[in-house]
Design a protein around this ligand. Structure first.
Ligand code: FES
Length: 127
């Protein structure tokens, strides 16, 4: 049985003591319209499949201010801001980042520190 990992949490600064990562999947209106709610099931399943139930907290967040790039999610420790999510992208992020500890750079948003990023996979699909 797959249990829901989504929790309603009031204290966003405290991770469960067994957790290694916290994931905020955007549940804002634009990301929801672009499929983030459907991705919630994929994220839940991928975390369960990788046996990360106790290591990963998943929280459905409000808007993350990158609406045009959604669906989005942010992983802590970080922040690592993933944009343009798809079901395969979720599976890959869970295995490579949350399980193995290596962020999937090709799916990250650009940052002032690293402007070369910006979900290169999404860009190449749209080219
Ligand atoms: S609704 Fe997701 S970033 Fe705004």
């Amino acid at each position: 049985m797959v249990r829901s990992h989504f929790t309603k949490q009031t204290d966003y600064n405290v991770m469960e003591h067994t957790s290694t990562h916290r994931v905020y999947l955007c549940g804002g209106p634009r990301c929801s319209a672009r499929g983030s709610v459907a991705l919630q099931q994929q994220l839940d399943f991928a975390v369960w499949e990788q046996e990360l139930d106790t290591a990963v907290e998943i929280i459905l967040s409000g808007c993350q201010d990158r609406c045009d790039q959604g669906p989005n999610m942010t992983v802590w420790p970080g922040p690592y801001r993933y944009i343009g999510l798809t079901r395969p992208a979720i599976t890959r992020i869970v295995a490579q980042h949350l399980r193995d500890g290596t962020p999937v750079e090709s799916l990250l948003a650009a940052t002032p520190q690293n402007p070369e990023l910006e979900n290169k996979e999404q860009r190449s699909e749209n080219a």
